[in-house]
Every structure is written in C-alpha cells, then in structure tokens.
Design a protein around this ligand. Structure first.
Ligand SMILES: [Zn+2]
Length: 273
C-alpha cells in the first residue's frame, strides 16, 4: 500500500467512518488480459490496465495479478495498494485511486507521483509473492525461520529476508516490533513517526519506516527511479542492494524505458509531502 505520510495514517484511523471510498469498478484479469464486465466504466478500466502494462514488467503481472479495482477517496489519503485476494500469496489485486492516479493528466509532478505509486506496488508483488513467502500459522516469530511478515515467513533467500538481514539489525527490528504491536492505532502512528525521525538517515522516505515490507518497496522504487547512488549511508545502500540481482536490473531498465520521463537525481530531489 502507499499512503501519504504516517500522520495521514493517524487521520485515516480517526476519520475512517466519514471518509468513504467510491468504487469505480472491479475487473478480472486473466493471463495479463483484462476482462470487460457489466460496469459502465469498462473503457476506463481498460485504459488503466493498459497504463499499468505499459510501465510494469509483464511476467509477474501475468502470473499473479487476477484483478484490478479502481476507487476514489479523493486526493491523497489511500492512494492504492497491492492486495491479496485470499490467504495465499499467489493471487493479487491492484487497487488504484483514480484521483491520485489520474492517467490523463499532463502535470509532470502528478505523473511522477503515480509512477512512484505503481513501482512501489510492483515492489510488494515482487517481494511478497508465493516464490518469496512461505505461508505459516505462527503468530510469533520463530527466529530460525527468518523474518515473519503478515503473510508468512520471508524465505531465506528471498529479497525481503536478505534486505532485513542486511539493514534491520535485531535491535532496530525489536524497537519497531514493539511499536507495531500497539493496539491503539493513533499511538502506533505517532510512535512510528518518532521511530522514523530517530532513524531518518536510514530510510529513503518517512513511509519506508512503517515496516520492513514498506521499506523494501520504497527502496526498490528509488532503485528504479534514481541513478546509482554514489553517496555512502544506509539509505543509499538500500537503493544499491537491488543491483546484485540481474533480474531486477532488467526490470529497472524495462520500467525506465517505458515511463514518460526519468526524473533527475530522484533520491536527492525527492520531497516528502
Ligand atoms: Zn506499500
């Protein structure tokens, strides 16, 4: 999922009953092809799917994405997500807010923003699909089995487990875990934002500090959109992490060839909202 600012998570949890989502449509996707249905918005669904397919590599989309859902809660707030269709991690739905991702805009800032969202969501598909995650009923983490996500254990050689081993030292992970277990969502969001501020030099954005899953999705996005960083420091190391995987370098090239423009020095110029 991608949301603006952790603070907005706080607002969302307070105002979730007043901030309704309008559903635009839901479409089945089969082997990478969208299927029309009785929706009045079929044309729109097809245009969004074409936009997704233009930017993102097809192999993972074709294999795992079975549904596209368009909705809107207005600008900002919930911008979209990559969501499991059932308790397995083999079937996924892409959810997109048509107000945040206006594919018809010519505004370069808006285009870059939704491109970031699409690449971020692809990052979740890349790191949480069934080749990466082993399902489990464990509620508490068994340290011998690696990092436990909401979906299951990150397989030892998975991108996420390697990322956590490299960048989330046990002390940091424990600190985050204590915050993540808080039941009061407002307090949890406040503490997460403090957690980000305490470790800001380690994260590419504030949202990356929300969890290791968001951290890898955000770092992956900067890997795709930024030049190879020359600077030292953990947030730059997180971006460089992906260069060790030739298949991810190919995905990066593919995406960069298919977006409207590649931003200049993205990691340096990125402004938190
Ligand atoms: Zn996300």
């Amino acid at each position: 999922m991608r949301k603006l600012l952790l603070l907005i998570t706080t607002l969302l949890s307070i105002s979730q009953f007043t901030c309704a989502q309008n559903q635009v449509g839901v479409w089945k996707v089969k082997n990478g092809k969208i299927e029309s249905n009785k929706s009045d918005n079929n044309e729109l669904g097809i245009q969004y799917w074409e936009c997704i397919q233009t930017i993102l590599p097809h192999d993972l989309l074709n294999k795992y994405v079975l549904s596209l859902r368009l909705f809107s809660d207005g600008k900002s707030e919930d911008m979209g997500g990559m969501n499991q269709l059932d308790e397995t991690v083999a079937f996924w739905q892409i959810d997109l807010d048509t107000a945040d991702m206006n594919i018809f805009t010519r505004d370069s800032i808006q285009i870059l923003d939704y491109t970031h969202t699409l690449i971020h969501e692809f990052g979740h598909l890349l790191t949480l699909n069934s080749s990466q995650i082993e399902l489990t009923d464990d509620e508490t983490e068994n340290p011998d089995r690696g990092y436990l996500t909401t979906e299951g254990y990150a397989i030892k050689e998975s991108y996420l487990n390697r990322f956590v081993e490299a960048f989330w030292k046990p002390k940091l992970l424990q600190e985050w875990d204590r915050i993540n277990k808080k039941r009061n969502k407002k307090k949890q969001a406040d503490r997460l934002y403090d957690f980000y501020l305490d470790h800001a030099e380690q994260f590419v954005t504030d949202y990356a500090a929300e969890s290791p899953e968001e951290d890898i999705a955000e770092s992956w996005t900067f890997f795709v959109l930024s030049d190879q960083p020359l600077k030292r420091g953990m947030k730059y190391q997180k971006v460089k992490f992906f260069y060790q995987f030739p298949e991810l370098v190919k995905y990066r090239t593919h995406i960069r060839e298919n977006i409207s423009f590649v931003p200049l020095s993205y990691i340096e110029n990125f402004k938190q909202n």
